[in-house]
Design a protein around this ligand. Structure first.
Ligand code: ME8
Length: 655
């Protein structure tokens, strides 16, 4: 019998920069869904890839002094590139498309021609604001203060010959689709699409460009290249073999069961995509799910803000499964989630080290200790076991409902509620007390079996999220192939009654949070610096005037540092003994120990204001103030004590 099919896709990544944790989020979610469907017996096609055309790529390649293809190959196939990252993250895609692949380009030309011949694509002229240096058209709303959003220069009205897709023709059908079917999910995104884009009136869409070359040429009018979104959206079908001979799975898998997409590209997938498919008279995908963003301090991650998080760093430090788990455990898939290093580490420590890792190692070591690793056949199951058995037995159905609705966070929450229950069951049954009396052997064996069986069910359901960890758990608790299947997750009592366990290292060693956060912050600051160059911030100039006479009253002098020492019990203060030219030593305290060691400063000439009223700090009177220059570098406070030429004598007045 033919197995049921499931076709799932991720957005194809635009490789103008390196991938960050936000892109990883979407691909990991798609992977978990694909693995879940495979687990439940589906014949799955999971597609991902790269979206490689457009002006931005052309410009980036020019900047890098290479051809666009060379630029792309480096990001896609090069070291720590897209393919490497997906391999590291254990992404189980069945296919990978690059939109520069020949078969795709040829298919796009045929698709474009077909819509043209049908009359749904027509030639017209594109009017807009043009930036000559950037060779770019902008709409009024894209301008920033009336200027080019890329370079900030003047733009002018211009007109260019272009092809248009009759999007307006499909407006009613698309609106019906969104309002009356569950095509677009979560439902909350429907209103935004209908009210903001469809109801105000859908304009026909400009689908060709002549201002740059890096695109698929319109074969019947080669001065034009196909608009990158037309090229990109049809990847979902060309990768199956639509209008090409490279693959032959179109009939088998199309329409897609679900496209997972980030919320900012929901518009393309819920308005333009169905309209073009209607024009092509092709079946529509069953669902588009718009997921939220991973944000940092409330803002979307982007290289220009310097707040991107490198998935390589996190995976190397904490492990691939821990990272996969964190991404789907922490944030509801449809909403934005605020990423932080603290949250990541706390989640790993709580759920994985304390709860999951701990129950596996505790249980395995108890079976090892009390039964030399193999449970006896004879067991005494009692009424006290039924709550745990019922809870674990009911888990699969709950989980299935969550997964079918893309509620990954909820699915994991349900699993961890069962792990919690099992931990409580250990406390209730106190195996180490039972173990004291030989007469309790059969009872102790039942308790151990029940915990192992609960762990097994949880591990089966964790497989889509943490495939390697689930396998390790199966090995530890002695689950053979029959205990790793979807069917067995709904069947209590699958583990061999005389099961043998295997001891091993901790699955998730507890992370020293403070140390790890400090290390991560330092790595990320360094990466930010590399990505953005040094960012120096200085205080805005004062808008308040000080009257000249008042200013002249400040007695500013060159002072020689005769001695300098740290003030006891203070981390900040240094005590300076200064020659101010008066013949009597002057003492000034300054809170700059963070920036200088005392011996660095002895003998130098600094600048101080002397006629300030004395101030006591840590019980020592300070008579004046040393002057420093302060600024911020990459968000970090920097300070330089103002030092002047040593030939300037002590007491010289600065004016
Ligand atoms: O949009 N959090 O490519 P892309 C969550 N080529 N998701 C994020 C994210 C974040 N901080 N940052 C990016 C494109 N993404 C097109 C797709 S499909 C026919 C063409 C998600 O590289 C983003 O929402 O800009 C999108 O779904 C995906 O990463 C790829 O983004």
């Amino acid at each position: 019998m033919d197995r049921k099919k499931f076709y799932i896709t991720t957005p194809i990544y635009y490789p103008s920069d390196k991938l960050h944790i936000g892109h990883t989020y979407c691909t990991v979610a798609t992977d978990a869904m694909a693995r879940y469907k495979r687990l439940t017996g589906y014949d799955v096609m999971f597609l991902t890839g790269t979206d490689e055309h457009g002006q931005k790529i052309e410009n980036k390649a020019k900047e890098a002094g290479v051809t666009p293809k060379e630029f792309l190959d480096r990001i896609v196939e090069g070291e720590k590139g897209v393919l490497d990252l997906w391999k590291l993250m254990n992404i189980s895609n069945d296919r990978f498309i690059r939109t520069t692949d020949d078969y795709h380009c040829e298919a796009i030309q045929k698709i474009f021609r077909k819509m043209y011949e049908k009359g749904d694509i027509y030639k017209g002229s594109y009017k807009g604001k043009y930036c000559t240096p950037c060779e770019s058209f902008w709409t009024e709303s894209q301008l920033v203060n009336g200027k080019c959003p890329d370079c900030g220069r003047e733009v002018h009205d211009a007109e260019e010959e272009a092809y248009f897709f009759r999007l307006s023709k499909y407006a009613d059908r698309v609106q019906y689709l969104l309002e009356n079917t569950d095509y677009l999910q979560p439902k909350s995104r429907v209103n935004e699409m209908v009210n903001n884009f469809i109801k105000p009136g859908l304009d026909d869409l400009c689908v060709s460009r002549t201002s740059f070359k890096w695109g698929i040429p319109v074969d019947f009018d080669p001065g034009h290249v196909v608009y990158v979104w037309v090229d990109a959206l049809f990847n979902y079908t060309t990768a199956l073999g639509f209008m090409n001979d490279k693959y032959h799975d179109y009939e088998k898998y199309w329409p897609a069961d679900v496209h997972f997409v980030g919320k900012e590209i929901v518009r393309f997938h819920s308005i333009i995509w169905p309209a073009m498919l209607m024009s092509m008279e092709m079946p529509l995908p069953k669902h588009v799910f718009g997921h939220g963003w991973l944000v940092m301090d409330g803002g979307k991650m982007s290289k220009s803000k310097g707040n991107v998080v490198d998935p390589y760093v996190l995976a190397e430090k904490f492990g691939v499964d821990a990272l996969r788990f964190f991404l789907l455990r922490t944030f509801p898939f449809g909403s934005d989630g605020n990423f932080s290093n603290e949250l990541l580490i706390n989640t790993i420590n709580k759920d994985l080290a304390n709860d999951l890792g701990n129950i596996v190692s505790r249980t395995v070591s108890m079976v090892d200790k009390y039964f030399s690793g193999t449970l006896p056949e004879e067991k005494s199951v009692t009424e006290a076991d039924s709550d745990l058995i019922n809870t674990a037995s009911a888990l699969r159905d709950k989980y299935e409902d969550d997964m079918e609705h893309f509620r990954f966070q909820k699915a994991l929450e349900d699993i961890f509620a069962v792990i919690d229950r099992a931990n409580k069951y250990i406390d209730e049954n106190i195996p180490w007390v039972l173990a004291k009396d030989e007469a309790n052997k059969a009872r102790l064996a039942a308790v151990m079996y029940n915990i192992l069986e609960t762990i097994r069910i949880c591990a089966v359901l964790l497989t889509p999220f943490m495939p390697d960890t689930a396998n390790t758990i199966f090995d530890r608790i002695g689950a053979d192939e029959s205990g790793r299947t979807w069917e067995s997750a709904g069947k209590w009592g699958t583990l061999n009654t005389a099961v043998t366990v295997k001891m091993g290292e901790a699955l998730f060693p507890r992370i020293d949070a403070e140390k790890a956060i400090e290390e991560l912050n330092a790595i990320q600051a360094e990466q930010r610096k590399k990505a953005m160059g040094n960012i120096v911030e200085t205080e805005p100039l004062s808008e308040e005037n000080v009257d000249f006479n008042t200013f002249c009253k400040s007695d500013m002098r060159a002072v020689k540092i005769k001695a300098c020492e740290a003030v006891k019990k203070s981390d900040k203060l240094l005590k300076f003994t200064l020659d101010d030219g008066s013949g009597t030593d002057r003492v000034i305290l300054s809170g700059i120990h963070k920036y200088y060691e005392p011996e660095q400063l002895i003998g130098k000439t600094a600048v101080a204001i002397l006629n300030l009223p004395p101030r006591k700090m840590m019980g020592i009177p300070s008579c004046g103030m040393l002057i420093s220059a302060v600024h911020k570098e990459n968000g970090e406070e920097k300070l330089h004590l103002l030092l002047v030429d040593d030939s300037i004598p002590a007491g010289a007045k600065l004016c």
